[in-house]
Design a protein around this ligand. Structure first.
Ligand code: NAD
Length: 260
């Protein structure tokens, strides 16, 4: 018996990076991940990769900021599998610019994907979780849920906000056996981070190597990147929690960057 046998898990942003690793790991432990992503072709490719390894997966087109698309995606999952046990709200983007001239449109876009997306997917799944008296919700936070960095005003704001959302859900969901927690990774080499290394180098007037060493990994205990596998370990730990003993919490996974 594997930890996630029979569990249906919607993972947003699962066509790439951290979300994809979480989906692969859930499938490897008996679960059925739903690859919910803006990029349907990449989502289908991830689902095929899982099926080729003998697992089950379902690809769904979902822009997490689109209320109708989120509702339809979750309804399609419930029509196919009868339930949603786990939500990993992971879809996210990064935009780095100084606060003094941060474009309002970029501010709104980033907050919408991280916060509206988390709210809309949570609300859509909760109805089914409450009906089944079971649910595990994990939000993808960041060390930036606890700490700030230059150039990341909306990202830091949104990631702090997810902790508030998780705490409310922990209280409201408790009587329905629904838990909510946040995983807070340090820097992980994914497309999201690879894109921002040259951008930060340009904004800060330093080399890309200096961005990695002196900005991204500066406060780790050993100068190491966190891996997608490390993050998936923490997400699966929360997703497998047996009771409300583990709810309303946030766990930093970062090689020691930001010690609580
Ligand atoms: P990534 O760019 O590799 O993957 C993000 C995925 O989200 C992509 O598949 C993309 O298509 C999808 N996506 C983007 N906008 C979407 C939308 N509106 N609706 C649905 N899907 C959408 O990024 P990643 O590094 O794997 O990041 C995943 C999460 O982890 C994000 O929330 C990010 O903030 C967080 N995070 C990343 C790091 C890191 O260092 N990579 C560190 C801490 C937290």
């Amino acid at each position: 018996m594997s930890r996630f046998d029979g569990r249906i898990a919607i993972v947003t942003g699962a066509a790439s990076g951290i979300g994809k690793e979480i989906a692969l790991r859930l499938a490897a432990e008996g679960g059925t991940p739903v690859i919910a992503d803006l990029n349907l072709d990449a989502a289908k490719a991830t689902a095929e990769e899982i099926k080729a390894k003998g697992g089950d997966a379902f690809a769904v087109a979902m822009n997490v900021t689109d209320e109708a698309e989120v509702e339809k995606g979750v309804a399609d999952v419930v029509a196919k599998y009868g339930k949603v046990d786990i939500l990993v709200s992971n879809a996210g983007i990064q935009i780095v610019k100084p606060l003094v001239d941060f474009p309002y449109a970029d501010w709104k876009k980033l907050l919408s994907i991280h916060l509206d997306g988390a709210f809309l997917t949570t609300r859509a799944c909760l109805k089914h979780m409450y009906a089944a008296n079971y649910g595990r919700v994990v939000y993808m936070g960041s060390v930036h849920s606890k700490e700030a960095s230059k150039l990341k005003a909306p990202y830091v704001t949104a990631k702090h906000g997810l902790i508030g959302l998780a705490k409310v859900l922990a209280k409201e969901g408790a009587e329905h056996n629904v838990t909510a927690n946040v995983v807070c990774p340090g820097f992980v080499r994914t497309p999201l981070v690879d894109k921002q290394i040259p951008e930060q180098a340009k904004e800060l007037g330093i080399t890309e190597e200096q961005v990695v060493k002196n900005v991204m990994l500066k406060d780790t205990v050993d100068g190491q990147f966190t891996t997608t596998d490390d993050v998936a370990d923490a997400v699966l730990y929360f997703a497998a929690a047996k009771s409300n003993v583990l709810t309303g919490q946030s766990l930093v996974v970062s090689h020691g960057w930001y010690m609580q």
